[in-house]
Design a protein around this ligand. Structure first.
Ligand SMILES: Nc1ncnc2c1ncn2[C@@H]1O[C@H](COP(=O)(O)OP(=O)(O)OP(=O)(O)O)[C@@H](O)[C@H]1O
Length: 354
C-alpha cells in the first residue's frame, strides 16, 4: 500500500467487553448471545462487538447511534483511553496496541487530539493560555506558543476575547476554546465526543458550520461522535451507524438514507428529507434524443432539492447533470419525485459512476 493511501485509523475485529474475564467472550459462543443474555450469564457487557473500519485521511468519520450503542467506548479505544479486549488497531500504519506508555502519551498529545462535551478548560487561565497549554506541554518557548495560540484564537472566531477566563465565556465560546486548544498541536486527527450536545440549537449550528469550514479549508481528518442524525448527515463524509456495540451500516449520508442496510436503519432515517441528502447523480437517467442540448446544468453532487428548484425555475422538462462539460445524465420531474416519495429503485440499482 502506498503511503498516501494509508488510513489514519485502521481497525479490525475490535472488541471491548466490560466485566469479569472479559477476554473469554470474543470469538467464543458467548459472543453470539444477545446483550441481555450475555450480561445474565457472565456479568459482561460487550460495548464494542467485532468492529472493523478505516478512517481515511481528510474525511469526517461520524460514529452515530443511540445512547448505550457503544460510540464513546469505540472512540476511546482508538487512543487506548479504554483498553480494547481484542482486535487490531493502527494509526498511520503504526500498531497502537504495541505502543508503550511514552508512545501512547505522545499519540494522545500530538496525533489524536480529543475535544470533549465538557470542555475541560483550565479555569484560572485565560483563553490564550488555555490554547497555549497544549503547546507548553510540547515544549515550545513562551513567545512562540503565545503567537501560535493567538493565531488559533482568531481562527476559531474568538479574537478580542484572549484575556477572558473560561467562566466569562458562553458555552459555545468555551467549546471554541476547546477546539482551538485541540488544533494547537496540529494533530493528524481530531476526535470529537458529542462536543455540541450541551449547546443550544443556534450555537450548535454555528459550531457545526465551524467544523464544516475547518474540514473544507484544512482537510482535517476528524472522528465525530453524535447521537443526532441531522448532525451526522450534515458533517459526515461517512457515517458508521452503531447498534448494541456493532456497526449496522457504514456509508456516505446518501447511502445510509438512500439504501438503508436493514429495517433498523430504515426506521432510523425514516423522517429524513430525502431530497436534501440524495444527489442528482443518484436520481438521474440517461438522456433521450434532444435532451442533451438544453435545460439547466447541475453538478453531480447537487441535491435533489436543488434540482427541483432549478427545473421549476427554468420551466423546462429536464435538468442536465454535467461534470467538467461532460453530460452524465438528466433528471426530469418523475426522477425527482421518485426520490421525494421514496419510490425510486434505490441507489444500488441506479448508481452511475461519476
Ligand atoms: N466502565 C464500564 N463498565 C461497564 N459497562 C460499561 C462501561 N462503560 C460503558 N459501559 C456499557 O457499554 C455500553 C456502551 O456504552 P457507551 O458509553 O460506549 O455508549 P454510547 O453510545 O457512547 O452512549 P451515550 O450516547 O449515552 O454516551 C453501555 O451498555 C454501557 O452501559
Amino acid at each position: 500500500m502506498s503511503e498516501a493511501r494509508t488510513p489514519v485509523f485502521s481497525v479490525r475485529n475490535l472488541w471491548k467487553v466490560f466485566g469479569p474475564k472479559a477476554e473469554r467472550v470474543p470469538g467464543s459462543e458467548l459472543a453470539e448471545l444477545p446483550a441481555a443474555e450475555l450480561r445474565e450469564r457472565t456479568g459482561c457487557t460487550a460495548a464494542v462487538r467485532d468492529v472493523s473500519f478505516d478512517v481515511e485521511k481528510g474525511e469526517v468519520f461520524v460514529v452515530m447511534g443511540l445512547s448505550g450503542s457503544g460510540k464513546s467506548t469505540l472512540v476511546r479505544c482508538l487512543t487506548r483511553l479504554i483498553e480494547p479486549t481484542s482486535g487490531t488497531l493502527a494509526i498511520d500504519g503504526e500498531d497502537v496496541l504495541a505502543m508503550d506508555t511514552h508512545r501512547l502519551r505522545e499519540l494522545r498529545r500530538h496525533r489524536a487530539a480529543m475535544v470533549f462535551q465538557h470542555f475541560g478548560l483550565l479555569p484560572h487561565r485565560t483563553v490564550l493560555d488555555n490554547v497555549a497549554y497544549g503547546l507548553e506541554i510540547q515544549g515550545l518557548g513562551k513567545a512562540e506558543r503565545r503567537a501560535k495560540a493567538a493565531e488559533l484564537v482568531e481562527k476559531v472566531g474568538l479574537a478580542g476575547l484572549e484575556d477572558r477566563r473560561p467562566s466569562q465565556l458562553s458555552g459555545g465560546q468555551q467549546q471554541r476554546v476547546g477546539l482551538a486548544r485541540a488544533l494547537a498541536v496540529d494533530p493528524s486527527v481530531l476526535l470529537f465526543d458529542e462536543p455540541f450536545s450541551a449547546l443550544d440549537p443556534l450555537i450548535r449550528r454555528e459550531m457545526q458550520d465551524e467544523v464544516v469550514r475547518l474540514h473544507r479549508e484544512e482537510g482535517r481528518t476528524m472522528v465525530f461522535i453524535t447521537h443526532d442524525l441531522s448532525e451526522a448527515l450534515r458533517l459526515g463524509t461517512r457515517i458508521a451507524l452503531m447498534r448494541d456495540g456493532g456497526i449496522v451500516q457504514l456509508g456516505t449520508p446518501e447511502e445510509i438514507v438512500g439504501s438503508p442496510a436493514d429495517d433498523y436503519v430504515r426506521e432510523f432515517v425514516r423522517d429524513v428529507p430525502r431530497e436534501q441528502v440524495l444527489t442528482v447523480a443518484t436520481a438521474m437517467r440517461p438522456p433521450t434524443a434532444g435532451e442533451s442540448e438544453s435545460g439547466p446544468a447541475l453538478r453531480p453532487r447537487a441535491t435533489v432539492s436543488e434540482a427541483i428548484e432549478a427545473v421549476s425555475r427554468s420551466g423546462g422538462p429536464v435538468a442536465r447533470v454535467m461534470d467538467d462539460g461532460r453530460l452524465l445524465g438528466v433528471v426530469d420531474h418523475a426522477c425527482l419525485l421518485d426520490v421525494v416519495a421514496g419510490t425510486g429503485e434505490g441507489i444500488a440499482a441506479r448508481e452511475v459512476t461519476v
